[in-house]
Design a protein around this ligand. Structure first.
Ligand SMILES: Nc1ncnc2c1ncn2[C@@H]1O[C@H](COP(=O)(O)OP(=O)(O)O)[C@@H](O)[C@H]1O
Ligand SMILES: *[C@@H]1O[C@H](CO)[C@@H](O)[C@H](O)[C@H]1NC(C)=O
Ligand SMILES: *[C@@H]1O[C@H](CO)[C@@H](O)[C@H](O)[C@H]1NC(C)=O
Ligand SMILES: [Mg+2]
Length: 592
């Protein structure tokens, strides 16, 4: 803001290490002065230069009496340092991780288990008003439940935040709340089944990343259905954009999906003997990150949880074994060695042990599989050719096949969970819980991060719309005096990604070009957006990367691999071989 500041006023100064530092004014300041004389809390005296162009003064500190309140909207000054300071005081001084900001609940990840989720706490929140109780995820859940029950309006809880912030844990507590307060009249166990979907989805869709040991690599929207008496009668989930590339590649320090390690840790069990597994270090798809264990996690024990959850959901023993058989096949596929024959031909020996196990587990003919791993069919209008492929292409094709199989298995599991959770009686209303992958940026960011961050950009837009735009319009309509908050509208960034000639449009176009490449796409991006779009940038030292100024941070994306991942093709002939499997597809809803 601009204006006068009196001696003794408290402000926040930006600081490279601490982000914001508190300081006190030593002399009165009046408009036109170019510096502020300030003293930091450790006694250091500093001169702060006022930007002559903007004349912006540092943000003012709230009076101490207001700090620590449980609703940020009660602060006199609501800006970044005020928000951070208030959250910090609550967390450091009192271990309070929850704070309201109007209807929004802000949560800090404590990274330790706190005794605030027991059944007696759920009971304490049940039936109460949001404003009467300390901020809590249970209060938000209760509010949704009450509005659904009382006002007959379907509800949704949206959990957002960067990777590792605690979204999935919060979503689980919300679900646990509903399961506890709305136990059904009959003994159907439906609440237990709804909760049992969590460990399964985590085993198959979560992995260790450098940011979170239990990072969700897919988005999930679960709708919990209630009957007229507000008891849970069923649920349905929809998943978004599983990170398939993780099945075949993991960065240093990261892991593949938990389930692979759970399976390897259980390979000695008699029911898994036929899968010829060893430890996770033995397979290419599970050893690239070079960190096969997670501190405090016992994969063999987690396997028991996964299997118990499957059984609770009515997915029978035989289907479960089939699932692990397919996962084992994927692991063996990763060790199938492709040999160079010449620069553009390659071969796999028919007695390749891993290929034999893969084919045996999948029930498909081995010679044909070996052939189509090293060849592809080309179709013109008049003719069909069979062409050999280079070793590099064969390895690509093999990995594409592994990703395809895993993604189909994941989809099958989601379908079966949905069948098991389907309501047998009429659903009257629902509460939805959205838990998607959070905003993320790594040392190397690719197509996956681009999609994840795009999704978060869209979610942020919804948030802006609800919290700022609609609220402000309401105030203006009712002519309540109110200064418009200049919130960051991220529409321009979304346009950069999704509008005509935007990043996705150009990517799709490049994928249709016979000679399109990641490089030519990068050049088109630079030509179209560089210096024309403030949200787009190019790293100074690279011609194969671009930068997007997202609402949460700047992220540099490496172009290499974008075309391939966007096309996401598999060799059709390999799929045709798989279709010759001697096994029938697992039945839907078996043993139930
Ligand atoms: N409320 C909480 N209490 C204790 N630990 C938490 C809480 N929320 C998150 N954590 C810890 O942080 C980790 C990451 O949380 P998670 O929900 O997986 O993050 P996200 O889904 O946002 O990526 C969890 O595995 C857990 O150890
Ligand atoms: C990840 O989630 C699973 C399932 O809820 C849990 O059992 C496991 O302990 C979690 N792992 C970590 C590292 O928090
Ligand atoms: C809420 O959702 C149910 C479906 O679960 C639907 O039948 C009902 O009409 C919805 N209610 C309202 C008020 O939209
Ligand atoms: Mg998560």
């Amino acid at each position: 803001f601009e204006g006068c500041l009196n001696f003794n006023a408290h402000v926040w100064l930006p600081d490279a290490a601490e982000v914001w530092k508190s300081a006190e004014l030593l002399k009165d300041y009046s408009p036109g002065d170019l510096t502020l004389s300030l003293q930091l809390e450790d006694g250091t005296v500093v001169e702060h230069n006022v930007d002559p162009k903007t004349k912006n003064l540092p943000p003012l500190r709230n009076p101490n009496i207001l700090v620590g309140e449980n609703d940020l909207t009660t602060l006199s000054y609501l800006h970044e340092p005020a928000v951070l300071h208030n959250l910090k005081v609550r967390f450091i001084d009192s271990k309070l991780i929850y704070t309201y900001c109007g209807i929004v609940l802000v949560a800090i990840n404590p990274y330790e288990s706190l005794p605030i989720y027991e059944a007696d706490i759920i009971n304490a929140y049940s039936g109460q008003n949001m404003g009467d109780m300390d901020p809590h995820i249970f209060a938000v859940a209760e509010e949704a439940y009450k509005q659904m029950a009382r006002d007959q309006i379907n509800q949704s809880i949206i959990v957002s935040g960067e990777s590792g912030a605690g979204k999935t844990v919060s979503a689980k507590y919300a679900m646990r709340y509903f399961a506890t307060v709305s136990s059904s009249s009959e003994e159907t166990n439906v609440e237990k089944r709804v909760l049992a979907s969590n460990p399964i989805m985590e085993a198959f869709g979560n992995a260790k990343t450098t940011r979170n040991d239990n990072s969700s690599r897919f988005g999930k929207y679960i709708e919990i259905g209630f009957n007229e008496d507000h008891c849970i009668v069923g649920a349905n989930m929809r998943t978004y954009l599983l990170e398939k590339s993780r099945v075949v590649f993991q960065a240093h320090g990261e892991r593949n999906y938990h389930i692979f390690y759970q399976l390897c840790a259980s390979s000695h069990l008699s029911e898994f003997k036929a899968f010829k597994l060893g430890c996770a270090d033995d397979f290419c798809y599970t050893n690239q990150g070079q960190g096969p264990v997670i501190d405090g996690v016992n994969d063999a024990k987690e396997m028991c949880n996964t299997r118990r959850a499957f059984s609770l959901l009515g997915i029978g023993e035989s289907d479960q074994v089939r699932i692990y058989q397919i996962l084992s096949a994927i692991l063996h596929l990763s060790n199938v060695d492709v040999k160079d024959q010449s620069s553009d031909t390659c071969s796999i020996l028919p007695d390749n042990a891993h290929l034999m196990v893969f084919c045996e587990l999948m029930g498909v003919p081995c010679e044909e599989m070996a052939h189509w791993l090293c060849h592809r069919k080309l179709q013109t209008i008049t003719e069909t050719f069979v062409k050999p492929v280079s070793k590099e292409n064969a390895v690509h094709g093999r990995d594409a096949l592994a990703k395809h199989i895993y993604a189909r298995l994941f989809g099958w599991i989601v379908n079966n969970i949905n069948n098991a959770l389907e309501s047998t009686v009429k659903q009257h209303s629902f509460i939805g819980v959205l838990d998607i992958y959070g905003f993320e940026t790594f040392d190397v960011n690719s197509f996956e991060q681009f999609c994840i961050n795009y999704a978060n950009e869209k979610l942020q837009q919804q948030f802006n719309l609800h919290v700022f735009k609609l609220e402000q319009e309401e105030y203006m309509k009712e002519e309540i005096p109110w200064t418009l908050i200049d919130f960051c509208d991220n529409k321009p960034c979304i346009n950069l990604i999704e509008a005509k000639l935007g990043i996705l449009d150009l990517l799709d176009e490049e994928c249709r070009m016979p000679k399109g490449s990641d490089d030519t796409w990068a050049q088109k991006l630079y030509n179209t957006h560089l210096k024309q779009n403030a949200y787009f940038d190019k790293p100074r030292l690279s011609n194969e990367a671009f930068i997007i100024h997202h609402f949460a941070d700047k992220v540099e994306y490496q172009c290499v691999g974008f075309l391939e991942k966007n096309k996401d093709t598999v060799n059709e002939e390999q799929i045709n071989v798989l279709k010759k499997t001697g096994f029938t597809a697992p039945r839907k809803n078996s043993c139930y």
